[in-house]
Design a protein around this ligand. Sequence first.
Ligand SMILES: NC(=O)c1ccc[n+]([C@@H]2O[C@H](COP(=O)([O-])OP(=O)(O)OC[C@H]3O[C@@H](n4cnc5c(N)ncnc54)[C@H](O)[C@@H]3O)[C@@H](O)[C@H]2O)c1
Length: 286
Amino acid sequence: MTILVTGSSGFIGSNLIRFFQKKNIKFFGVDKVFNPYFKIKNFAKFNLNNKSEILRLFRKQKIKKVIHLAALPGFVNCHKKPKKAYEDNVSATLNLLTACKSFGIKDIIVASSMGVNNFYKNPSIYALTKIACENICRSFNKIYKMNIKICKISNVFGPYSLHKLSSVHAFIKQIINNKKIQIHKKGMQERDFIFVEDVCKKLYLSLNSRKPFEEFKINNNRYLRIIDLLHILNKISKKTISYEFVKTPSGYDDTVYNKKILKEKKDLTKKFAITYNWYKNTYNIK
Ligand SMILES: NC(=O)c1ccc[n+]([C@@H]2O[C@H](COP(=O)([O-])OP(=O)(O)OC[C@H]3O[C@@H](n4cnc5c(N)ncnc54)[C@H](O)[C@@H]3O)[C@@H](O)[C@H]2O)c1
């Protein structure tokens, strides 16, 4: 049984490929770019908007299950490029699921984001495209009797993430480069951080779960203030980080939820340290 991983050159995709390799799980990766960190043997480079390429792949490989991660993620990316967001998030998903339907591939996980829950209060192009994807999944499940699971993921951090702009990755890069960190809203906004390895484990378990469910979350359900994240990274890096408060640029979601604030930070601190050390060993200090 081969699991297709779309977006295998991206952040979560790279970590999932590593996870599958360690566990000897058979996979096939697809992405429109090559993986920047390591070579993948079972890989095809094409754009999921090219339907004939997907069909050709399904004819050649015995794909039984799919984890669909390919997307243009993030509020800022989608805000800057709405058409690309539509193509990579909505159109590519529709293409992939239509091809899956033709080949009887029914066990599929489609990545979505916890960030989209706020759409009606705080509309954004990213959430718009993810909600469209979620509704495509729900419709395919109902109409074509498929088993597509929508996976709402919170704020992921970890290795293989040099291109990521989210707070943990951005802060670590700035700390390593001795740059001043810019903080929105006095750092009072909370984030539900989750380590990428925990995401990979949950994706794999959920793909193989026999229980019928259409939607699930991958999160910690415990929140950390951005300013507290900075203090943790301060300790890990043993540097005195300089920062300034700035106005939130448009496109960012900086809602302050006032959720359950994380008290016990030990477990998360260890995982932030793994990420920091990965950057220190990988990242070219400019
Ligand atoms: N990283 C997070 O914190 C987070 C949080 C919530 C949800 N998600 C979701 O998880 C998924 C993976 O996120 P990520 O952080 O790994 O993103 P990423 O940008 O690192 O990786 C996405 C990959 O998809 C590929 N891709 C995009 N459009 C494609 C297309 N049309 N055809 C083929 N390949 C294409 C890109 O080249 C890229 O390598 C996304 O759906 C994202 O919305 C991520």
